[in-house]
Design a protein around this ligand. Structure first.
Ligand code: URA
Length: 203
């Protein structure tokens, strides 16, 4: 696909998101938070939903959890603008509550379209909400984290959400193991070369 065609698809997707009122979250949200980064990245990160800072700025993972995520990525030589970062829901759930099944279902077509356009080789799932709505089934982060699963040719791994690490620093050791496993997988698949050879996105 030409870069021009790909840009047009992302633009159309963005316009559709801005108009979306498929659930009630858009009524209380200040801004939609589509996600950002490199639109050619082989690595996608999926979180839960925007918090207060994200809702204000319209950008994913820019609050305290996002700052920790930036440091976690840098620890394995991944500047965040070279990967693609987004969420299950694109509008902030009031009070940062977990999005309901209905809200996630309403928003999932947007995530599916992001995956179809980006065609990532690897997806890092940040926290239970990301895993429940992508892998399905019952998820326990402490039990299921750090394991690779393949879905439709995409390798996916669950790790702790950075907010959980801010609440409980004892989880950081396991989170670091997961980041090392991610680094090793990207190296085995020679994806660092891809990550560095493509144009970086915003932040
Ligand atoms: N938590 C998330 O899951 N996503 C964000 O964008 C910010 C905090």
């Amino acid at each position: 696909m030409s870069a021009l065609h790909a840009d047009a698809r992302w633009d159309a997707w963005h316009q559709a998101l801005l108009k979306c009122n498929a659930c009630t979250l858009c009524q209380s949200a200040t801004r939609k938070v589509p996600g950002q980064g490199s639109q050619t990245a082989p690595l996608m990160l999926i979180g839960e939903g925007p918090g207060a800072a994200e809702d204000r700025e319209g950008l994913a993972f820019v609050g305290p959890a996002g700052q920790l995520l930036t440091r976690m990525l840098m620890a394995i030589n991944l500047p965040r603008e070279r990967v693609y970062i987004c969420n299950i829901v694109k509008c902030r759930p009031p009070g940062n509550r977990t999005p309901s099944q209905e809200e996630a279902n309403a928003c999932l077509p947007f995530l599916r379209a992001q995956v179809a356009m980006l065609r990532p080789r690897v997806i890092l799932l940040l926290g239970a909400t990301a895993a429940i709505h992508t892998l399905g089934g019952e998820v326990r982060v402490t039990r299921d984290r750090g394991k690779w699963v393949e879905r439709k040719g995409v390798l996916m791994m669950l790790t702790y959400h950075p907010s959980a690490l801010l609440r409980d620093v004892s989880k950081k050791r396991e989170a670091w193991e997961d980041m090392q496993a991610l680094r090793d997988k990207l190296m085995t698949l020679s994806l660092y070369e891809d990550i560095y050879s493509h144009e970086a996105g915003s932040i």
